[in-house]
Write a protein that binds this ligand. Structure first.
Ligand code: 4AD
Ligand code: MG
Length: 487
């Protein structure tokens, strides 16, 4: 008999007809010669209730129906007398497809997130991770649909690269060299001539620079792929391997970029509310994960709010004001300082109480490719007025546009790009950057340079927000973090 997925079986009203479902036992209980099985096949958070009479099955089969076992069940679909489910199946035949050993670690409810990480090979079978992973899938579909509908092309950028986009230097090297026998030159530098690519290569920290090349041909592209950062950040918001979405768009100015960021995030959140209702409700009603049962209201409020658009200099002024009024921050927040997550969260969660798009940053901690505001010293007077104490004059601010979210901090990092070759080169030289691996990027500024902008959304940070989970390790099936690459 053809198998019906639980999600379809639960919708069916063909009461009285025979049906076959297959899945894993979430729980089994019995009383007075009748047993009840909650059978889940992953197609939905909801399990199908299977009802069986002891006398219809041999004792051995009933014994083998344990939590985690895989079954095929044939029986009659009937209206359920129990609350919370429309139908159930009166089992006629049960075949055990896979026995579950009694060492199965997911026997009890309420396992801690830490414990579940230690059994990441099994945690997709829990209700919670099923919900998270279905939401994750739906968010990927939302992203592709958004860009497709808006005329963007999915552009594949390489994972192995010889350039360091963000200039952060936190890259994982890729080599086929024998690490026990490295050839070095007179200065002690490793010789890469005989390595696979004939030069030093790494896993990409961002597809942006190559995305820029696609944009000059296709007008509007987006990337969606794995990204790698070897920074030793052991925080609930950092992964060494995460997924990033990076649109790059010709003829977009700073206002339009912010419009895009806001519209895009709201589209994704709306998609979740519409298409992941059961899973969101499950997480919302799980008091262990959502003590205040406020996940869905939080998502709805993001749709209602207009994001605040806040120049960095104004943000610093607000933070300084808060300090004057007794607010304590661990890290400094003078003009010129990169904001720590405590500052971002103060602005978003306490001051504005809604998402903030922060703009026009000092160049001291932003990337070389951002469009420089003119005049060059535009920020200096403002900077001085809020107490800039840096030794070097601030110089031009840059047209960055980062989106800061409640409980997450930075969810999007974006900017308008500097399209002037002269200004870009001046900035590259000021930073004493090596341009060996940037020649092709600089060519775009030589051959029909165009005003353009783009951003990078951290996929797992979006999933953190949409699921309300607290730790980024719990929104990706197999997290990669310092000292952890198991599974
Ligand atoms: O701010 P970032 O470093 O920006 C870029 O990589 C640009 N090239 C993007 C662009 O303009 N095309 O990273 C972008 C986003 C961050 O806002 C954050 O959401 C996420 O990527 N992110 C991380 N997510 C998880 N773990 C990490 N270690 C992350 N680092 C950045
Ligand atoms: Mg950033």
């Amino acid at each position: 008999m053809k198998r019906t997925k639980v999600i379809d079986a639960l919708k069916s009203t063909a009461y009285g007809s025979d049906i076959c479902v297959k899945g894993w036992v979430r729980s089994k209980r019995g009383s007075k010669g009748i047993f009840f099985i909650a059978l889940n096949d992953g197609s939905t958070i909801k399990s199908m209730q299977i009802v069986g009479e002891d006398t219809n099955f041999d004792e051995e089969t009933i014994k083998r129906i344990t939590t985690g076992a895989c079954l095929s069940v044939v029986g009659k679909l009937v209206e359920s007398p129990a609350a919370g489910q429309a139908s159930e199946i009166q089992a006629a035949e049960i075949e055990i497809l896979g026995d579950c050993d009694n060492t199965y670690p997911l026997q009890k409810k309420g396992a801690s997130m830490e414990f579940l990480r230690s059994v990441a090979h099994l945690r997709p079978r829990t209700n919670l991770f099923g919900a998270i992973l279905r939401i994750r899938h739906n968010m990927a579909m939302a992203i592709h649909t958004y860009f497709h509908e808006h005329g963007y092309f999915y552009f594949h950028t390489p994972l192995i690269t010889a350039s360091d986009c963000e200039g952060a230097g936190n890259m994982f090297q890729v080599t086929t060299k024998n690490l026990y026998d490295l050839k070095k030159d007179e200065q002690g530098k490793i010789i890469y001539d005989d390595d696979f690519f004939g030069e030093q290569t790494s896993l990409t920290v961002s597809g942006q620079l190559e995305g820029d090349l696609g944009e000059t041909g296709l007008g509007a592209i987006y990337t969606f792929g794995p990204t790698f950062r070897a920074e030793n950040s052991n925080t609930p918001r950092h992964l060494a391997e995460f997924w990033m979405i990076e649109p790059e768009v010709a003829f977009l100015d700073q206002e339009e970029l912010m419009d895009l960021e806001e519209d895009f995030i709201k589209y994704c959140v709306r998609w979740a509310l519409e298409k992941c209702k059961d899973d969101l409700e499950f997480i919302n009603n799980n008091k262990f994960i959502t003590p205040n049962q406020d996940l869905i209201p939080r998502l709805e409020s993001v749709l209602k709010d207009e994001f605040v658009r806040l120049p960095y200099t104004e943000g610093i002024r607000i933070l300084q004001e808060a300090k004057k009024n007794g607010k304590k921050f661990e890290f400094p927040c003078e003009w010129g300082d990169d904001l720590a997550s405590e500052h971002e969260r103060y602005l978003v969660e306490e001051h504005f109480k809604k998402p903030v798009i922060m703009t026009d940053y000092p160049r001291s901690f932003k990337s070389f490719y951002m469009k420089q505001n003119t005049p060059v010293d535009a920020a200096s007077p403002d900077g001085a007025s809020v107490g800039y104490k840096g030794a070097v004059a601030p110089g031009p601010t840059m047209q960055g546009t980062d989106v800061l979210f409640p409980s997450i901090g930075e969810i999007i990092g974006g900017s308008v790009r500097e399209e002037s070759l002269d200004k870009l080169m001046a900035e590259i030289n000021r930073r004493e950057m090596d341009t060996t691996h940037l020649w092709w990027y600089l060519d775009t500024r030589k051959y029909g340079s165009c005003p353009h902008a783009g951003f990078g959304l951290g996929f797992e940070r979006l999933i953190l927000f949409v699921t309300g989970m607290q730790n980024i390790r719990d929104v990706i099936p197999f997290p990669r973090t310092p000292k952890n690459a198991e599974f």
